[in-house]
Write a protein that binds this ligand. Structure first.
Ligand code: PEP
Length: 258
């Protein structure tokens, strides 16, 4: 049975004070209820240390939203993996569609980041997802296949236990349009079948695939109940404790057969 994993991507939002208040509310709730799901928050990099301190001994993981693959050196403006380890991060979001679209990240670059992140023994949340035009043109599977093949090039089956995939249809991110539970399930099933072909049945069965794209407390339960949906990567709704906590609770309440 895969343990559900709910992660909050704060993107370029919050201040130290706002992020601390949010993290504190989440830490209280998650420590109190010890939900049977994994929970992570991914604040902007300047606040990682602050939020780490606020999370304290709570079981909430700390994630970064990006990292550069190279060893420390002359890379002005970048954040290195050693730094993320140093401030207590446990995982890194890589390949988010905003990094791809706004900052021109290619599958090749993302792959270098994935490999370097694993070398530092950090977990990876690797985002993949198609544009609206891809879905309308029946190209979703081809796009995902390209992103998976490129992003996971050279990553072996043993390393896959440190990787979570996040299926995030770009047309659903920040738009208020959520994929239907059936669309999410069908696409997650496609991704799981791809994992079986590329790796083996064990990797396919064990790899967690989060859904991301306008998840809200209202839509979470049905999406997370789909057999191949193993959690959520949440943007906007992760910025408010009264929206993110019900999503965590919805995940904790999901019952799936093995
Ligand atoms: C995201 O940024 O990963 C995301 C899913 O955002 P939202 O939930 O706001 O659509």
């Amino acid at each position: 049975m895969r343990r559900l994993f709910v992660a909050g991507n704060w993107k370029m939002n919050t201040t130290a004070a706002v992020g601390s208040a949010l993290a504190s509310a989440l830490a209280v709730e998650v420590s109190k209820s010890q939900p049977a799901v994994d929970v992570a928050v991914c604040p902007p990099s300047p606040y990682l240390s602050t939020i780490k301190a606020v999370l304290g001994t709570s079981p909430i993981y700390l994630g970064a939203q990006n990292a550069y693959f190279a060893a420390p050196g002359a890379f002005t403006g970048e954040v290195g993996l050693d730094m993320l380890v140093d401030v207590g991060c446990q995982c890194v979001i890589l390949g988010h569609s905003e990094r791809r679209a706004i900052f021109g990240e290619t599958d090749e670059l993302i792959n270098k980041k994935v490999a370097a992140t694993l070398q530092k023994e950090l977990g990876v949340i690797l985002c993949i997802g198609e544009l609206l035009a891809d879905r309308q043109g029946n190209k979703t599977e081809a796009v995902l296949e390209t992103q998976l093949t490129g992003g996971l090039a050279g990553i072996d089956a043993a390393a896959m236990k440190h990787i979570v995939l996040a299926y995030e249809p770009v047309w659903a991110i920040g738009t208020g349009v959520t994929a239907t539970p059936q669309q999410a399930q069908d696409t997650h099933k496609f991704i799981r079948n791809w994992l079986e072909k590329r790796y083996n049945a064990e990797v396919a069965a064990a790899t967690r695939i989060q859904y991301g794209g306008s998840v809200t407390p209202e839509t979470a339960a049905e999406l997370l109940s789909q057999p191949d949906v193993d959690g959520a990567l949440v943007g906007g709704a992760s910025l408010k404790a009264d929206k993110f906590i019900p999503i965590i609770q919805a995940a904790a309440a999901v019952k799936k057969s093995a």
